[in-house]
Design a protein around this ligand. Structure first.
Ligand SMILES: C[S@@+](CC[C@H](N)C(=O)[O-])C[C@H]1O[C@@H](n2cnc3c(N)ncnc32)[C@H](O)[C@@H]1O
Length: 448
């Protein structure tokens, strides 16, 4: 019995195959495999494909059609074998009854046929094959890898394969260090493709443009962004202390919220401003580029001095719009301008808790000056503070205790029973990310 074609369609693994002088040699991936075929007129091809006698003999190879074009307008129904002797007597008898002629046909498989994993496993030497890199994150058109040191000699080849095999990827980069800088950016090197690092990424029905080398972006936070935005009502005024390029601020504004959005990184501020304009929420978002502590100290005063856009009126039906234009119906009155902050968002998990002391006395006369904000901020109308943080405690109860103590130390006040501790994700084996949400105690904000 001859070998079935599936067994010939396997690339070697762990053999350093497909490279020439350390560079990808696509020609080496070309394979020509002869298969047995039944030559029939076009109208007969369907009959053969449906025949029970041939069912087990038909070709069954991913991405290969069972029928190919033959000479003289004929069709070739392909089998999984190369040799006529491998067909069952029933199959042969059926083919004879249909006057099908058995011929040999060549199938060509080239570099494009193989999956990214198959090519990478073939290229790597044996000792690196078992744990070959398989995953990567995608931000806009950039595929972003985090290669371990032993794979670095193959980094450009791996990058090239990922580029070739993923049509939406135009640039492949490798992360060079851990995020440790103040602005949470990491350096990266180009492995393959265009040296173009300005991406456009969609999230929560908004489009974000930014230079991936210069600002923080993490697509894994998508659900966390969505979760907090769902907590805001469209009447709310939000203060986003570490706004980045706007993944909380801009979708919140799309929902109808007014937003004060801040980021100290000038590049984040530049793209935040651009994204506000591109998503057409300029009437609702005001952007700042200052230190988070200073932003918190000024936010209440700014909202009081220059209230933000009023709540949008409810959507008006077309017929009503016509009547309003014709003067037959009064236009709905705009809501009151928004001057009371309902939520603070503080997503800088490494150090956000350390900024909480900025809320101490923030509404006191010493900070608010002549403004009397005591009527606006009552016990029940104090803003909610959502602070992201890391903890080394893996057990939820211990994590909660650790975070609670650190927050209380900064605000100088006990957290109420209504404080919530939401687990966001595991960042590293011993590092969990949480979001603690609590209502700013009035006594803290008005403390002198
Ligand atoms: C973890 S990122 C979060 C960005 C965005 N909110 C998000 O969810 O993707 C933290 C942001 O805080 C900014 N940042 C760091 N230190 C800051 C500071 N002292 N004041 C204001 N922003 C700061 C960084 O530039 C970065 O954009």
């Amino acid at each position: 019995m001859s070998k079935g074609i599936s067994s010939q369609l396997i690339l070697p693994k762990g053999r350093g195959f497909g490279l020439k002088d350390g560079v990808l040699d696509k020609d080496q991936f070309r394979k020509v495999i002869p298969v047995l075929a039944a030559k029939v007129p076009p109208e007969k091809a369907g009959v053969l494909l449906k025949a029970p006698a041939l069912k087990r003999a038909l070709i069954d190879v991913p991405k290969v059609k069972s029928v190919a074009r033959g000479p003289d307008q004929q069709r070739l129904v392909l089998f999984r074998y190369t040799d006529q002797a491998d067909l069952s007597p029933e199959a042969l008898e059926f083919l004879q009854s249909e006057s099908a002629e058995l011929v040999s046909h060549e199938l060509t498989f080239d570099y494009d046929y193989w999956s990214s994993d198959e090519v990478i496993h073939a290229i790597l030497p044996e000792e690196l094959e078992a744990e070959a890199p398989s995953g990567f994150a995608v931000v806009g058109h950039i595929a972003h890898l985090n290669l371990r040191p032993q794979y670095l000699p193959y980094k450009h080849v791996i990058g090239q394969v990922i580029l070739d095999k993923n049509p939406s990827v135009r640039t492949v980069v490798n992360k060079l260090d851990n995020i440790s800088t103040q602005f949470r950016v990491f350096s990266m090197e180009l492995l393959a493709g265009d040296p173009d690092f300005v991406v456009t990424q969609s999230e929560n029905d908004c489009r974000f443009t930014f230079d991936f080398r210069e600002v923080y972006w993490n697509s894994r936070l998508h659900t966390e962004h969505e979760r907090l935005i769902a907590k805001f009502s469209k009447q709310d005024l939000i203060a986003d202390v570490f706004a980045g390029v706007g993944p909380f601020a801009i979708p919140a504004a799309k929902k109808g919220c007014a937003v004060l959005a801040n980021d100290l990184n000038p590049s984040s501020f530049k793209y935040l401003t651009l994204n506000i304009a591109e998503n057409k929420v300029g009437a609702l978002v005001r952007a700042f580029c200052e230190d988070g502590r200073e932003f918190i100290r000024q936010a209440f005063n700014r909202a009081w001095d220059e209230p933000l856009a009023p709540v949008l009126p409810p959507k008006i039906r077309r017929t009503e719009q016509k009547e309003i234009r014709a003067g037959e119906r009064p236009a709905p009155p705009p809501g009151p301008p928004r001057n009371r902050i309902g939520h603070f968002v503080m997503n800088l998990p490494d150090t956000a808790i350390l900024f909480l002391d900025a809320f101490r006395g923030v509404l006191s006369r010493a900070n608010a000056g002549e403004r009397d904000l005591s009527g606006l901020y009552g016990e029940a109308s104090m803003p909610m503070i959502h602070t992201h943080c890391f903890t080394r405690e893996l057990e939820p109860a211990k994590a909660e205790e650790d975070i609670r103590l650190r927050v209380e130390e900064q605000i100088g006040h006990a957290l109420g029973e209504d404080a919530t501790f939401h687990w966001v994700r595991s960042v590293a084996p011993q590092k969990e990310m949480y979001c603690v949400s609590f209502r700013l105690p009035r006594a803290v904000a008005f403390a002198s």
